[in-house]
Design a protein. Structure first.
Length: 219
C-alpha cells in the first residue's frame, strides 16, 4: 500500500464520520500562532488497524514529507520492531498518532520543542474511538508515557520502561528512538536483550492475526 503523505485517509473509508473527523483534524489551526512552520497535522491509520503507535510530535523531516517517522528515529523504531517500511506504513494494520500532530519547532539546543499540549486532549479520544481493533499500543517516549500510563505523576523514563511488563498486554512502553536516546541505550543493555525480543514477538503476533471486521464506535 502506498504511504499516505497527509492527514487524509487512503483508499475508501466506510464510515463517513471517520472521514469527517480526519478532515476536521487536517483543518485544525488551534496552535497556529505557536508553530514556526504553521499547522500541518499528520496522523495515520484506518479503523481496522491493530497496532497503535503513540509518540511525541512530527520532526522537521516528517513535517516536510508529511510521512510519520520518516527520519532516523523511524529507522531505529522499525529496527526495534524488526518491521519493514511496507508493513509499518500499512494503515490497514498500523495507526500512528503523536501527542501533537504538528511540528512544534526547535529549542535552543537543537532538539525539537515539546508537543503542544492543546492537541492530545482535543483529538486523541475522538480519534481513538474509531480504532476498536487495536490490540497493542506502543507508548513511545516520555510524553506519551506520562499521558497514558495509570497515575498522573510524571515518572523517570528508566523507571517506567523498567516496569514494562506491568503494562502488558495492552500497552508497551518504549523510549523515544531519537539520537538523544543513544546514551541511554548504552547504559541500559537490558532494553535490547530483554525488551526488544518481547516487543517484536508481540507486534508480530498482533499483525499476523486474521483481519477482523471493525465497527467504529465513536463516543
Amino acid at each position: 500500500m502506498p504511504a499516505r503523505r497527509s492527514c487524509e485517509p487512503t483508499g475508501s473509508v466506510a464510515d463517513p464520520a471517520f472521514s469527517r473527523l480526519v478532515a476536521e483534524i487536517g483543518a485544525c489551526a488551534i496552535c497556529a500562532p505557536h508553530l514556526p512552520l504553521g499547522p500541518r497535522p499528520i496522523v495515520r491509520g484506518r479503523p481496522s488497524a491493530r497496532l497503535l503507535i503513540i509518540s511525541q510530535a512530527p520532526g522537521r523531516r516528517v513535517h516536510d514529507t508529511r510521512l510519520s517517522f520518516n527520519d532516523r528515529s523511524g529507522d531505529r523504531l522499525r529496527a526495534w520492531l524488526a518491521m519493514g517500511r511496507e508493513t509499518f506504513y500499512d494503515e490497514v494494520q498500523v495507526a500512528i498518532l503523536g501527542m501533537a500532530f504538528c511540528y512544534p519547532g526547535r529549542d535552543s539546543k537543537g532538539g525539537d520543542l515539546p508537543p503542544r499540549r492543546e492537541c492530545a486532549p482535543r483529538w486523541h479520544a475522538p480519534l481513538r474511538a474509531f480504532f476498536p481493533a487495536i490490540e497493542l499500543t506502543l507508548l513511545v517516549g516520555s510524553y506519551a508515557i506520562d499521558y497514558y500510563l495509570p497515575g498522573s505523576r510524571p515518572r523517570p523514563m528508566t523507571e517506567a520502561i523498567g516496569r514494562w511488563r506491568d503494562f502488558l498486554p495492552k500497552l508497551f512502553v518504549l523510549p523515544h528512538p531519537s539520537w538523544r536516546t543513544t546514551g541511554w541505550l548504552r547504559a541500559n543493555p537490558w532494553f535490547e536483550n530483554e525488551v526488544l525480543p518481547e516487543l517484536r514477538a508481540r507486534a508480530a503476533a498482533v499483525l499476523s492475526a486474521p483481519l477482523a471486521s471493525a465497527s467504529p464506535s465513536p463516543t
